[in-house]
Design a protein around this ligand. Structure first.
Ligand SMILES: *Cc1c(COP(=O)(O)O)cnc(C)c1O
Length: 414
């Protein structure tokens, strides 16, 4: 008998990407050149940004953004604990200290009330020993988890109250938008939503170049610094040496990195970009299918909804009501895997990783909302081009595992 297998993610590519890559290979110009330039310009237009710098990962974009902001060793940066490794790792690259912030248990996004409280605790010397009370906090790095944007106005007012810059980890948030209310205009993620906004084009993100990223900003100087540092810290006019107009001479103005994107990758990106909204709508359709089919399940909490957001639907995380089930999240995932459903968890929060525990002394109870979310969350498969029968297989599997392992009402009370 044929067994249904649904992967967690599959990229959505066709002849357009294929032919563009072939065209690039045939041209003989493989690294950063005309296609990267075109991808940058078209991406900037797509998000409504003034400057875009293409790089080889979102991690690189985040690192360059911090470097361009002159982050110094020993300074503090507010980072959500509910994020991927990269958001905090780049802070450590600079020798700075990630001050971890708890999440809103509904959206999994950074909780600004907890950010306020972590700042107060830090000043009062009440955070752990790894975090000295005189640590100057200089910036914050919100993450739009799964593509559901945070309230941008709340972030900027928090940032200006505390004199912080904002570097957005928008790895999940293209294309995404928010508005303050039904009568307010939409603002796209990257359209001046932060000092720098960083996107990911990793293989399983909303658009992909295999590996790749983009930093966008309204600040010409920051953009120029990021561009220079993405290519060995060469002077601006030296960048042209990668095109026909370039000169053979260049000057090193700082010890930079090697983060530039290739024209091969940009060839894929150019066509992914034109499909981005279509792919978003395809994911949204799957998400509403899931939502409808799982709405009646008492064992499951569905992702938050907000009519003032355009959701990229990078992820569809469900949360188990563990008290209503006789199995744990890990056991639940194991069952889904056995039934051919590829799942993932976003994420084991940073404060539950040995590095952050051992280096800064974080304990599970310091960030209680994230600690609780981690134990009950599962991300279901969600990608454009998912077949109806695949979506139905996921739904059927989730429903039957819930039914099989539901605890009786009496058992829940005891
Ligand atoms: C994927 C991801 C990154 C890193 O992106 P890369 O392009 O792989 O460097 C950073 N932050 C978050 C939240 C991510 O999910």
């Amino acid at each position: 008998m044929h067994k249904n297998q649904v992967p967690f993610f599959r990229p959505y590519l066709d002849e357009l990407e294929l032919n563009e890559v072939l065209d690039t290979i045939r041209s003989g110009w493989l690294t950063s050149g005309a296609k990267v330039k075109r991808f940058e310009q078209e991406f900037a237009t797509a998000v409504g940004a003034s400057h875009a710098v293409a790089v080889n990962s979102c991690t690189a974009a985040l690192h360059l953004a911090l470097e361009a902001h002159g982050v110094k060793p020993g300074q503090g940066v507010l980072v959500p604990t509910m994020t991927f490794a990269a958001t905090a790792a780049v802070v450590r690259y600079m020798g700075a200290i990630p001050i971890l912030v708890d999440c809103d248990p509904l959206t999994n996004n950074m909780d600004l009330l907890d950010a306020e409280s972590k700042l107060a605790q830090l000043k009062a010397g009440k955070l752990q020993d790894g975090l000295p009370r005189d640590t100057p906090v200089v910036g914050m790095m919100p993450v739009h988890v799964g593509g559901m944007m945070m309230n941008i106005e709340a972030i900027s007012s928090f940032a200006s109250t505390h004199g912080l810059w904002v570097i957005e980890d928008a790895a999940h948030a293209f294309p995404s938008a928010w508005r303050k209310g039904p009568d307010e205009p939409w603002q796209r993620c990257g359209e001046g939503t932060a000092h720098v906004t960083c996107f990911s084009f990793y293989a399983n993100k909303t658009i992909t170049t295999g590996e790749g990223g983009m930093a966008v900003t309204e600040d010409a100087e920051i953009a120029a610094r990021m561009r220079s540092m993405s290519l060995h810290g060469l002077s601006q006019n030296a960048w042209g040496r990668y095109s026909n107009s370039g000169s053979w001479d260049y000057k090193i103005v700082a010890p930079g990195y090697k983060y530039n994107l290739t024209d091969i990758a940009a060839s894929i990106g150019i066509h992914q970009l034109t499909k981005a909204e279509k792919m978003r709508q395809m994911r949204e359709e799957v998400a509403s299918y899931y939502r409808k089919a799982l709405a009646s399940m008492e064992e499951i909490e569905l992702p938050a909804e907000d009519s003032n957001r355009i959701h990229s639907w990078h992820l569809f995380p469900i949360k188990l009501y563990l008290e209503r089930l006789s199995i744990t999240r890990n056991e639940f995932m194991e069952r889904l895997k056995e039934d051919g459903v590829g799942c993932s968890v976003h994420w084991r929060p940073l404060h539950l990783h040995p590095y952050y525990q051992e280096t800064f002394g974080w304990q599970p109870e310091d960030l209680p909302a994230a600690t609780a979310v981690w134990e009950r969350t599962i991300s279901l498969p969600l990608f454009p081009g998912m077949k109806d029968e695949d979506v139905e297989h996921v739904i059927r599997t989730v429903r039957s595992e819930c039914a099989r392992h539901a605890r009786s009402y009496a058992a829940q009370l005891s």
